[in-house]
Structure formats: structure tokens, C-alpha cells
Design a protein around this ligand. Structure first.
Ligand code: EPZ
Length: 419
């Protein structure tokens, strides 16, 4: 198993390019199920989660070929409608094949995803949306079995904003009979990117990116050809790497309009953030100021940046309070940050972080994707060497993050360890 080594200290300088967005690529790859043909998806990052979605598409009968940053997906002959447990348990986003399979084949059998490190992760809202569109849903033996004739347009109200729930509803509704209105839809940029990809297939969608989306069902779609948007969470993580190391880094390709809440908090913490046509330039302060963070649905501060910002608070001047409102257990990184010397107290969904002038490098364990990014960031600043075990968590959602950091001056490496 691989671990990442980080020698703390260097101030990062230079420019680094952000890749395609994981959380846009995954639904867009699932959308190729909607119509037979040869689909082309561009700017697809090389990630374990993309590999998992690729394997899932192949199990369903698609042929998938990668050509550099592009993927060709041929979905002419779907031979199956089942997303098996051993795949779904490794990636919850596998549930994104539910809507497209129902729209294409009128049936789907998807393993219940089960929980993960950050929470229970139910899919009840996904199922309610499918039922609203006319599907019959049964749950037995850990699987969701869904059946439908042609789906019928409906009014879908999400009692809670759900990103993949909105995406499943969007994909199921594009060829439903009649119109669908989704209210309290999630507004994340990845949903807008999916809607753009679906529009390129001939779907008729208005309001994506707002809480109210209208889809007019169409009779037929054509294969998609779409370039995935830049990854705003990878961009935010790279921006924090500059902020935590008193660096000066241009994150090329970052779209500042997707990062309003993160940029505002970085500026409040004393970083200088410049929005340029090439991307976002971040100059970190010698020592950041403590700030308070409250996560929420887009455009509020993204929960996927909470762990990374906690690393910055750990070395800030003052006391910062983090309020995680999306997931019930997204503090698994706290115990590991404390091994690096961070002073953090948990109280329910609040984390009180007392900034310290220095952290000290240590062996730590990655537990989930963003927690591992947080440990890498803390390691950049900690005195001495930090070793982050179970690097596969990081590789699920970041393409070669350690190498990208090394390219702007970090002293990072990889070692194989028997753990
Ligand atoms: C997406 O997960 C992202 N994943 C997550 O990113 C991200 O943290 C999350 O949205 C929130 O922004 C992908 O897009 C692949 P939700 P998703 O449904 O869709 C509850 C990462 O690090 N809920 O918006 O699974 C749920 O428990 C990952 O890249 C229900 O109760 O999240 C949570 O409290 C981690 N019932 C809240 O809603 C449901 O049916 C928001 O979850 C669905 C969700």
C-alpha cells in the first residue's frame, strides 16, 4: 500500500494546473447510458473514482476507451442493469446509474451504497424522485430494484438539497413524457455542467444551477460530446497549499466564480487572492488569521473544503470555529491532525481550532478523500516529515496531488509500505 511523504517547510511558488472535476465527470459518464452510440467526454481526470465508474459502465455492457484526457464510451448494447455491491460499496456515486438505467431500459438493480467514513449517506431522496417519475422501487437483500414503463414528467420537491439526488432526477427526466419541475434542487456548478452535457444531447433543461429546474421531456437524444468543467475542490485545495506555506501560486484553470465562499474566507484569513484570466493566484500570509467556517449547500462554503481549511486554522493566529452542517461525521481528520500537534476540540458538529505557530510532522492515516488532503496540507507546514498512509484515499479524488505539489516546490514523495 502506498504512503505519501511530506517534508514540511518550503514556501510553494509557481503555477499548477487544475484538472477536470471529479464530481462533474462522474454524473456525465453515467449520462452516456441514456442513449446508444459513441460518446466523447473530454478533460476527464485520472482518478480511482473515474476508474470505478468506468468499470461499472463496462459491467453494464458499455465499451470504454481512454485517449489521453478524453474518454470514448460506446453504449450501443447495454447487457445488464445491475450495479453490484462490491463496486457500489467503494464509490457511493455509483448510484448515479439509477436514473439513466430507468430512462433507458425501464429497470435497474443498484446495490444500496452503505455508509462511508463521513456519514450514513442515505439515498431515500433519490428513490422518492424516481417514484415521482413513475418508477416502482423495492428494496431487498441490500439492493434497490426499480422498474418503470416510460417515465412520466412530474413535480419533484427535494426536502433536502442533494447533489447526486438532483443529478439522478435530471437524468431520469430528460426523456420522460411531459415536463418535470424540480424544486429545492441542489445548485452546485457540477449540476450546471451535467445539464450542459445533457443539453448537448438534445435535452431541454432550464434553471440548472438554481433551486428550480424545469425539464421538458424529449423523444430522443444523441450521444454526448462534452468537456468537463475544472475541479473547484482540487483548485481550492491547491489554493490552500499556497496559503498554508506562505507561498505564491497561480492555480491555472481555476474558475473563481465557483469559489466565492472559499476566496472570501482565504482573504479574511489574510491571503492575497487575485482573480486573473489564467486562473486564481494566491499569496499566503506569514501566519494566517483564524476565521470561522460554516459549511452549506452551494454557494455557501463547500463541505468538501472543510477538512482542508481546518489544516489552515491549525496554524493560524487565534481561535476558529468550524460548523459542519452537511455530514454528521465529517471530522474523522481531527484525530489525525491532532497527531501533528493541532489543538482541536469537537463539540457535536462544531470544531474549535486553536491556532498554533507550528505543527510537528508525524505518521498519520488517511480515512477519506478530503481528510487525506487535509493531512497533506498540514504536512506541508509541519516541522519535520509527515507520512500519510493509505494514499489510495487521496487518489480517489486527486490526480497525482503529491506530484503537482512537488512541481511548485513541495518536498513530497511516495513509498510502499506493508500496513
Ligand atoms: C455530493 O455527494 C458529492 N459527491 C460530495 O463530494 C459532496 O460532499 C456532497 O455532494 C455535498 O456537497 C459527488 O458529487 C459524487 P448530497 P452526495 O446528496 O450527492 C443527505 C467528495 O469529497 N441525503 O448532496 O452524496 C446526505 O446524507 C464527495 O468529492 C439524504 O438524506 O451528497 C447529506 O447529509 C464527498 N438523502 C446531505 O443530504 C438522500 O437521498 C447532502 O448530501 C441524499 C442525501
Amino acid at each position: 500500500m502506498e504512503s505519501i511523504t511530506i517534508a514540511g517547510g518550503p514556501r510553494l511558488r509557481g503555477s499548477v494546473r487544475v484538472g477536470g472535476a471529479k464530481n462533474a465527470a462522474l454524473p456525465i459518464l453515467a449520462a452516456t447510458i441514456l442513449v446508444p452510440g459513441e460518446h466523447r467526454v473530454r478533460n476527464v481526470p485520472r482518478l480511482r473514482d473515474v476508474d470505478t465508474m468506468t468499470r461499472l459502465l463496462e459491467i453494464l455492457g458499455a465499451k470504454v476507451e481512454r485517449q489521453g484526457d478524453e474518454m470514448l464510451i460506446e453504449t450501443g448494447a447495454l447487457s445488464g442493469e445491475e450495479a453490484p455491491y462490491d463496486l457500489v460499496k467503494t464509490m457511493r456515486a455509483s448510484v448515479l446509474v439509477l436514473g439513466p438505467l430507468l430512462a433507458r431500459a425501464g429497470q435497474a438493480r443498484v446495490s444500496l451504497p452503505g455508509g462511508c467514513a463521513i456519514g450514513e449517506r442515505p439515498v431515500n431522496l433519490h428513490l422518492a424522485a424516481m417514484r415521482a417519475l413513475g418508477a416502482e422501487i423495492a428494496i431487498a437483500h441490500g439492493y434497490i430494484t426499480a422498474r418503470s414503463g416510460r417515465l412520466r414528467g412530474a413535480r419533484i420537491h427535494f426536502e433536502k438539497q442533494t447533489v447526486t439526488g438532483t443529478e439522478n432526477a435530471l437524468m431520469a427526466a430528460v426523456t420522460a413524457e411531459g415536463s418535470t419541475e424540480i424544486t429545492n434542487a441542489a445548485c452546485e456548478p457540477e449540476i450546471t455542467d451535467l445539464a450542459r452535457a445533457l443539453g448537448g444531447m438534445g435535452a431541454r433543461i432550464s434553471g440548472a444551477g438554481t433551486a428550480s429546474i424545469v425539464i421538458r421531456g424529449v423523444e430522443r437524444l444523441r450521444p454526448l460530446d462534452h468537456a468537463v468543467m475544472p475541479d473547484r475542490i482540487e483548485a481550492g485545495t491547491l489554493m490552500l497549499a499556497s496559503a498554508i506555506t506562505h507561498g505564491d501560486v497561480l492555480v491555472e484553470g481555476a474558475d473563481p466564480t465557483h469559489l466565492g465562499a472559499v476566496i472570501a474566507k482565504l482573504r479574511e484569513a489574510g491571503a492575497r487572492v487575485e482573480e486573473t484570466p489564467a486562473g486564481v493566484r494566491v499569496e499566503g500570509p506569514g501566519r494566517p488569521r483564524a476565521v470561522d467556517i460554516k459549511t452549506g449547500p452551494y454557494p455557501e462554503f463547500p463541505t468538501d473544503m472543510q477538512a482542508q481549511f481546518m489544516a489552515l486554522l491549525a496554524v493560524s493566529r487565534g481561535l476558529g470555529v468550524i460548523h459542519e452542517t452537511i455530514f454528521e461525521n465529517r471530522y474523522v481528520h481531527v484525530a489525525e491532525l491532532k497527531r501533528l500537534g493541532a489543538d482541536i476540540t469537537l463539540d457535536g458538529n462544531l470544531a474549535i481550532v486553536r491556532g498554533k505557530p507550528a505543527l510537528s510532522g508525524a505518521r498519520v492515516m488517511a480515512t477519506d478523500l478530503r481528510a487525506s488532503a487535509s493531512l497533506v496540507l498540514a504536512g506541508l507546514r509541519a516541522e519535520g516529515e509527515t507520512v500519510v498512509a493509505r494514499a489510495y484515499h487521496l487518489d480517489r479524488g486527486y490526480e497525482r496531488l503529491d506530484e503537482k505539489l512537488a512541481g511548485i516546490g513541495a518536498r513530497t514523495g511516495r513509498i510502499k509500505e506493508r500496513l
